[in-house]
Design a protein around this ligand. Structure first.
Ligand SMILES: *Cc1c(COP(=O)(O)O)cnc(C)c1O
Length: 823
């Protein structure tokens, strides 16, 4: 794997750059230290000196709102005019032939073109787009009164173009396509614009709209031949320079007549407006004056000046960037293509079009792919993304706002997709594989500052976690052993998490603790909600929540909360009726909160002291809320549980489409079930694996993790003195049920607990680490799910035992645990 340039020509690698890319990276992109950023198609990153130079520009000049006579205003106007010209020249566009309209982003540029054509004639317009279109291009079809067509193949486009000279349509038509697919880097012929213009020259009613947003981020766009150029070109500057957040619509001046038809005006787009007797207005004369509504984002435009200078100074030209990224993309592509499992099966399915080729520039530096295991089953893309995240590798997964590209690459038909939608598939969710096929793809996209190391780190990551070197070696506990050795377990510790996603409260030894169908008393009774969105906060997003430590003080009847090492303390009454015990008052108006994606009614505390206590500590506007007492309608639903531990899914909370299933245990805010059980022996085994696993790219050995990271309610340990033998890690995977304590309370095991990167948050420091998720991914993956620990609930029969009247059940540290195994 190693070796710079072994057998490969490195002539293209950072050639023409001011310095070696690693030197540039170290000085200009300090935030990239220890990070492998491969989402340049999402946005590329800005250089430090761009920001410094912009800051100097702003602090040494007085910029007023453009278009007035004061010197400060004049300065802004002049700079905007100069930068407009400079931006045109960046694309080799002659200002005699083109105008450039500043807009918010590529989507705004595209929408502006849609508006122009919608207003262009009373009958409207016809719209065609190529299959690779980003949603931003697809959406224009909704404005096209005279119909629209999606062209599925290049041949279809060519066929349509070839008939343009004979067709009789006498209404405006627009053909739109991306210069480069943002999903898999496939490039479309730029010559289409010229062909369309030439073929329709008799009527001049067919226009071209090029979405260059993805293409220009790593390639030079050359508009020097105006006769071959698109009529409209849309792009976003942040994709080229990382900053500013600004877009442009480059308009060929020969299309000026149609632009003038746009109806809306506002801000400085008009010379005169009459508002009283006759509504009349006179438009300004240039294209950009007509289309730039309101005050320009002039500070952003001024930043573009610094962006252009900095980029040129660091990288020389876009063709240097193009060669550099092409070299790296080839390396990435060939490595992923070559990866095989022990049995010869391919690891990666790459979605590069057969029509594309890096060498003739028909392919951009974007690699889309999915991963399979050695038996051919697809690996969930969200799992790969999560694990990559833990490893500080930034990639993207999903359908990348490109519906046509996703569907054709993955072979989904429209009716398939509607069926998936009906089954719950939504943009950005965890429905990674449906009907045995992937619903989206992983995407690694490169940029000017990608280096060889990024490619090597990423490919070794895939190699480390997804290439099976030998037949599965996961030690399954054999049935024989299970039967022959019944280890005896006891409760080592009991924990509740009174505030969801915050620290644990360890139940003191010697204290019997009540357990109900919903779980241990006071578990997940409260949560923190974002004051803006109403969503429950999760430790995944706010790791410092781990440092919020609640103590249940039954003697005084309060929940006492401390934050980190701060001396401040907050006390909340445990009793609902007492609304003003110490510092809080319970809000009586129920506020609807979105806990993990489902609507749940919570009661928020209104006292400002409560809100500020948490907000100040977390640095996010939030407050405490309590769940109302009527929790019995919350039903644990295993079908939903299979979606995993994702913060936005709380299986069980008010499933709208399902009637309650009384046999299922109700749950509070715990993610999947009333009780989570883990075994000390399994934690020990995991820690051995963490310490002894070979760790590519790391010189350090990893530290063991505490059992606390798993946020279990019950930790069981083995009575080793009773055994001649050693510990039995993971034997709990075979448990079907177990009983606890002198009364032998029965618990049903509901299933294994699927894990996410939340286990990486150190419960004592709130800092994210790589372990244990990284080792879990290697040693504890079953059916492409990473599992550790068991979900359980107290048996329904238990609560009605004897009298049929619900009784009080308790557990305690030290209680004997007797499992029953799969027979
Ligand atoms: C990023 C992108 C867009 C959308 O750009 P915005 O800046 O979000 O408006 C459109 N098309 C393509 C091909 C893109 O890559």
């Amino acid at each position: 794997m190693e070796g710079k340039g072994k057998g490969e020509s490195r002539a293209e690698y950072c050639t023409g750059y001011s310095e070696d890319v690693d030197v540039i990276r170290e000085r200009e992109y300090p935030f990239l230290k220890d990070t492998t950023y491969l989402d340049h198609a999402g946005t590329t990153l800005y250089a430090k000196s761009l920001i410094d130079s912009f800051a100097r520009d702003l602090t040494s000049n007085l910029f007023g709102n453009p278009h007035s006579r004061s010197s400060s205003s004049q300065l802004s106007t002049q700079r905007v005019d100069d930068i407009r010209l400079r931006a045109l020249r960046f694309f080799n566009a002659d200002p005699e032939e083109f105008d450039l309209v500043f807009v918010a982003n590529a989507t705004a540029a595209i929408k502006l073109v849609g508006d122009v054509f919608r207003d262009s004639s009373s009958q409207g317009f016809w719209y065609g787009h190529f299959i690779d279109a980003h949603t931003s291009l697809v959406g224009v079809r909704e404005l096209a009164k005279l119909g629209h067509r999606c062209f599925a193949t290049r041949d279809e486009v060519e066929g349509w173009i070839s008939k343009l000279d004979t067709d009789l349509a006498n209404f405006p038509r627009v053909f739109a396509y991306p210069a480069q697919s943002n999903i898999n880097g496939r490039r479309s012929p730029l010559q289409w614009c010229k062909k369309i213009r030439d073929k329709s020259s008799g009527k001049r009613n067919v226009y071209t709209l090029l979405d260059a947003a993805s293409f220009v981020s790593t390639s030079p766009l050359d508009l020097s031949d105006a006769s071959a150029a698109p009529d409209f070109t849309a792009l976003s500057f942040y994709k080229i320079f990382g900053f500013p957040d600004l877009g442009a619509l480059i308009v060929r001046k020969s299309a000026a007549a149609i632009v003038e038809k746009r109806k809306f005006f506002g801000g400085g787009t008009v010379e005169m407006v009459l508002t009283q007797e006759t509504p009349w207005h006179a438009k300004k004369s240039t294209i950009h004056e007509q289309l730039e509504d309101g005050t320009l984002p002039f500070h952003n435009i001024i930043a573009l000046d610094s962006a252009l200078s900095t980029h040129e100074r660091l990288f020389g030209s876009m063709s240097n960037v193009s060669s550099h990224t092409r070299y790296l993309a080839k390396r990435l592509h060939s490595r992923l293509t070559a990866m095989t499992h022990f049995n010869g099966e391919k690891v990666c399915q790459l979605y590069m079009s057969p029509e594309s080729n890096f060498d003739d520039f028909t392919q951009g530096p974007i690699v889309a792919f999915n991963i399979r295991n050695s038996s051919g089953a697809w690996i969930a893309k969200s799992e790969v993304e999560r694990l990559a995240n833990v490893k500080n590798i930034q990639i993207r997964s999903g359908s990348h706002c490109n519906p046509g590209g996703t569907a054709t690459n993955l072979g989904w038909t429209g009716s398939d997709l509607l069926r998936n939608y009906a089954a719950g598939l939504r943009c950005g969710d965890d429905h990674d594989v449906m009907d045995g096929r992937p619903t989206g793809m992983l995407r690694a996209s490169l940029g000017a500052i990608t280096n060889i190391r990024d490619i090597d780190v990423f490919t070794s990551f895939i190699d480390e976690f997804y290439v099976e070197k030998a037949p599965s070696a996961i030690p399954l506990v054999s049935q024989v052993e299970v039967v022959s050795q019944q280890p005896s377990f006891y409760v080592e510790s009991l924990s509740v998490y009174p505030i969801k996603s915050c620290g644990a409260f360890k139940i003191p030894e010697g204290q019997r603790w009540e357990i109900k169908r919903e779980g241990l008393a006071w578990d997940r009774e409260w949560c923190l909600i974002h004051q803006g969105t109403g969503a429950a906060l999760s430790m995944k997003k706010y790791p410092r929540m781990a440092l919020i430590r609640p103590v249940i003080d039954l003697d005084r009847g309060v929940l006492r909360i401390t934050c980190g090492s701060e001396s401040q303390e907050l006390e909340i009454s445990l009793r609902r009726e007492i609304t003003n015990l110490v510092t809080t008052s319970l809000c009586q108006s129920a506020k609807s909160s979105s806990v993990c994606g489902d609507r749940v009614v919570v009661q928020a505390y209104t006292a400002p002291t409560v809100a500020s206590f948490f907000s100040n500590f977390l640095g996010v506007p939030c407050s405490l809320a309590r769940f109302p007492p009527q929790i019995s309608t919350r039903i644990s639903n295993p079908a939903r549980s299979s979606r995993g531990n994702r913060s936005t899914s709380m299986p069980g909370s008010f499933p709208e489409d399902l009637s309650p299933i009384p046999e299922q245990p109700p749950i509070l805010l715990s993610n999947e079930s009333p009780i989570l059980l883990i075994s000390r022996s399994s934690v020990n085994r995991l820690n051995e694996n963490i310490k002894y696993n070979p760790r590519p790219n790391h010189n350090t050995t990893a530290r063991a993790v505490e059992a606390d990271v798993f946020r279990a309610n019950i930790v069981v340990a083995e009575n080793l003195h009773q055994l001649a033998n050693a510990e039995r890690p993971y034997i709990e995977d075979t448990w079907e049920s177990f009983s606890v304590g002198p009364e032998q309370l029965n618990f049903d095991v509901l299933g294994s607990c699927q894990r996410c990167q939340m286990v990486c948050i150190d419960p004592f420091t709130g800092i994210r680490r790589e372990e244990p998720f990284s080792t879990l991914a290697k040693t504890r993956k079953f059916n492409s799910k990473i599992v550790f620990g068991r979900h359980a609930s107290i048996s329904r029969m238990e609560l009605l035992r004897d009298s049929g009247i619900p009784k009080s059940c308790t557990v305690m540290v030290g209680d004997v645990v007797t499992p029953s195994h799969v027979s």
